[in-house]
Design a protein around this ligand. Structure first.
Ligand code: NAP
Length: 297
């Protein structure tokens, strides 16, 4: 239980509702800022104006998965009023109060440093990344269905990268009957591809592979789909780039060649906000329970 905890949830999207549900079930006192338009209510959660939160009593602050916007504002789909976390607010929190976020853009990292606050990036965790790879793979299937006129079954699909997302995406497309080729740079990743029944190739060989491919799915956060590969692609090849901004594709060149290339970001929050929220809620609850011992320090 989190009976003694006072936690502020600041803005966010549908994923936050699962977090609020979980925290209130565990008996934490939850303050919600940036939720004026949320009709649903939770026993144990109160809506407050951000400036009126009892910052000096908070044990944790939960930000949206994107952290802060480059402008410093907190994004929320449940309010149209601007929401801004200030240095003064954080300075008032107790020493043990931590900030949870999905990722940390520079503006948030700087604010945490300036105020000496511990920032916990949930998306850095392997377990969260692996759980999130499931809705991401399902989202990639959705994109492939929406943007092609052929079945995934029987099509030739290249998945680039054998990390947490790449592995799940490759397995999902293989299970749907695609002929999956896996592009990576490390020999252990190529070995894993063979073990999974995929056809491995060195990422440098993408231009040689390109002309046979129907769909290319990138998970490598580095520019890997470049002109030498794009010029070889068939006109109806679809590129689905899952890697975080700016993706790994030369989008300008793809456009010039008439190749459809889509940067498909934030898929877990789009295709399965409830599941994605439950993943975050479960990990958060575990981390807060561990924090319980440190509260009196
Ligand atoms: P990860 O586990 O770190 O995997 C990244 C893979 O890229 C690794 O296998 C890495 O291999 C490879 N790689 C990195 N630089 C490379 C290069 N220059 N050449 C060849 N391979 C290279 O990351 P992840 O969790 O799978 O996430 C992958 C990307 O998807 C991230 O950008 C993440 O933010 C994004 N993501 C997007 C969504 C979405 O909805 N679109 C959802 C979740 C995650 P090495 O070991 O050889 O470095």
């Amino acid at each position: 239980m989190l009976t003694e905890f006072q936690i502020a949830v600041l803005g966010g999207d549908a994923r936050q509702l699962e977090i609020i549900r979980k925290l209130t079930e565990l008996d934490a006192k939850v303050y919600l800022a940036g939720f004026e338009q949320l009709e649903q209510s939770f026993t144990g959660a109160v809506k407050e104006k951000l400036e009126e939160l009892p910052f000096d009593e908070l044990d944790a602050i939960i930000l949206p998965v994107a952290g802060l916007q480059p402008t410093g504002e907190i994004e929320t789909v449940f309010s149209s009023a601007p929401l801004r976390l200030t240095e003064e607010m954080l300075t008032r929190t107790p020493a043990h109060c931590v900030i949870f976020t999905g990722i940390s853009p520079p503006v948030l990292t700087k604010l945490a440093e300036q105020t000496g606050k511990t920032l916990i990036r949930l998306f850095d965790r392997d377990d969260v990344a692996i759980y999130n790879s499931i809705p991401t793979a399902e989202g990639a299937v959705m994109m492939a269905i929406q943007h092609t006129d052929f079945t995934i079954h029987g099509s030739s699909v290249a998945v680039l990268g054998m990390g947490r997302v790449g592995m799940s995406v490759a397995r999902t497309f293989k299970n749907l009957g695609a002929n999956v080729r896996l592009g990576a740079r490390k020999s252990e990743h190529l070995a894993r591809a063979i073990e999974m029944g995929l056809t491995p190739f060195s990422i440098e060989q993408l231009p040689q592979e390109a002309e046979t491919l129907d769909i290319v799915i990138n998970t490598i956060p580095s520019r890997v789909i470049t002109a030498p590969a794009i010029v070889k692609m068939k006109p109806n090849t679809l590129i689905i780039d899952l890697a975080s901004k700016p993706g790994g594709t030369d989008f300008q060149f793809a456009k010039k060649r008439g190749i459809k290339a889509i940067l498909a970001l934030g898929l877990p929050g789009i295709v399965a906000p409830k599941t994605a929220g439950q993943v975050l809620a479960g990990v958060l609850a575990e981390l807060l329970r561990k924090m319980d011992n440190r509260k009196g320090d």
